[in-house]
Design a binder for this molecule. Structure first.
Ligand SMILES: C[S@@+](CC[C@H](N)C(=O)[O-])C[C@H]1O[C@@H](n2cnc3c(N)ncnc32)[C@H](O)[C@@H]1O
Length: 358
């Protein structure tokens, strides 16, 4: 690579924050939904879109068309919108959502990856990033705690909007994953068999609700911090229990845990896993779903997503937490007595389902 190309690439990296910020702006302005128009997804000009935003948000004045176009252009360049040049005019552009952009359109439950973007770039989260380098100098405190004085999970107790945003963001990632799991994985047992399944760190309870909906014999327990379950909606067949998994885990025949261990250090994970082991009967099942870190830091989209998410964990979660490889997760589980490891893949491009027996 020549000098000029190296400087160009570094200039791009140095300004890359504009991409998630443009995504955040687009979601805040409801642009994906307004372009989608219930599935029509016809190319729309910034001028037409500005009028739709004005009416949707009830604004007194029309949004600025030129600035709107700048947001759409940068996102078009990153594959979120398709940019269509209107015939006969060099300058007039129209935009429609690509397949990638369509992940921001709310589904019938109001869920989309837009919720994840709103969660990631809310003010309280943005304020943590300037402290990232301090984690290298002294890893005892995560950047979020340096910025706000409390760990992120305690912050949710203070701020109900933030708590609900977190629950919506997690459901928007986890429900498509779980739908794929339920379509091809049969490890939740036979339908009709009366058993209890506990989702540890289950957030809103939407995952365990989906499982009991498919397996009506199962009785669901959604176990999460008291401040989280206090805001959680009711689901048929699911009981919410508020508590701290470091103290205990409610008893059940199956324990399910998704995207929880990567927020904690190895020592903390062992404590939680011991409590999960204690809560199961002999032959009980433990199902762990987590992102599996790649061993090589290549430049594939999957590796990049896992590596950037790992930095997110470092910024927002407990000191020394991290995304682990499949074998690191397996070792942690086996260290507390779980056996019979089996791994299942391809439900999405980043989460592995690991099954163990007591
Ligand atoms: C990243 S979210 C995962 C939510 C859900 N399992 C999913 O994948 O959609 C982690 C969850 O673990 C919960 N959690 C963290 N620490 C906990 C603790 N000490 N006791 C109980 N739950 C905890 C959080 O409140 C949060 O809902």
């Amino acid at each position: 690579m020549e000098n000029k190309e190296a400087r160009l690439r570094m200039m791009y990296l140095a300004n890359l924050i504009s991409v998630p910020m443009a995504l955040h702006a687009a979601v805040k302005l409801s642009i994906p939904d307004l372009v989608w128009q219930g599935g029509a997804n016809l190319p729309i000009s910034p001028k037409q879109l500005a009028a739709l935003i004005q009416s949707k948000l009830g604004l007194a004045t029309e949004p600025d068309t030129a600035n709107l176009q700048r947001i759409l252009q940068v996102l078009a360049s990153h594959g979120v919108f398709e940019e269509v040049l209107e015939s006969g005019s060099q300058a007039a552009k129209a935009f429609r959502l690509t397949h990638i952009g369509q992940t921001l359109v709310p589904d019938e439950q109001g869920l989309s990856l837009g919720a994840y973007i709103l969660r990631n770039y809310q003010d309280a989260f943005v304020q943590a990033w300037p402290h990232l380098h301090e984690s290298v100098l002294d890893p005892r405190q995560e950047p979020f705690k340096r910025a706000h004085g409390v760990p992120v999970y305690d912050y949710y107790a203070r701020d109900s909007t933030c708590n609900l945003l977190m629950q919506k963001a997690m459901s928007s990632i986890s429900l498509p994953f779980l739908r794929a799991v339920l379509d091809s994985y049969d490890g939740f047992g036979s339908e009709g068999l009366k058993r209890i399944i506990v989702d540890v760190g289950g957030s809103s309870g939407s995952c365990v609700a989906m499982i009991v909906d498919r397996y009506p014999g199962l009785q669901g327990i959604n176990f999460d911090l008291p401040q989280v379950v206090a805001d959680a909606p009711q689901h048929k067949g699911v009981t919410h229990i508020g508590g701290n998994m470091f103290d205990y885990v409610p008893e059940g025949d199956i324990i399910f845990m998704k995207s929880v261990l990567n927020s904690y250090s190895d020592e903390e994970c062992k404590k939680v896993l011991e409590n999960c082991h204690k809560a199961l009967p002999e032959n009980g099942k433990f199902i762990l779903c987590d992102m599996a870190m790649p061993r090589v830091s290549d430049d594939s989209e999957r590796t990049r997503m896992l590596l950037v998410f790992d930095i997110f964990l470092m910024t927002f979660h407990a000191a020394n937490c991290r995304n682990r490889t499949e074998s690191e997760n397996r070792k942690l589980c086996e260290a507390v007595g779980f056996t019979g490891f089996k791994a299942f893949y391809n439900f999405d491009h980043f989460t592995t389902l690991m099954e163990f027996q007591k």
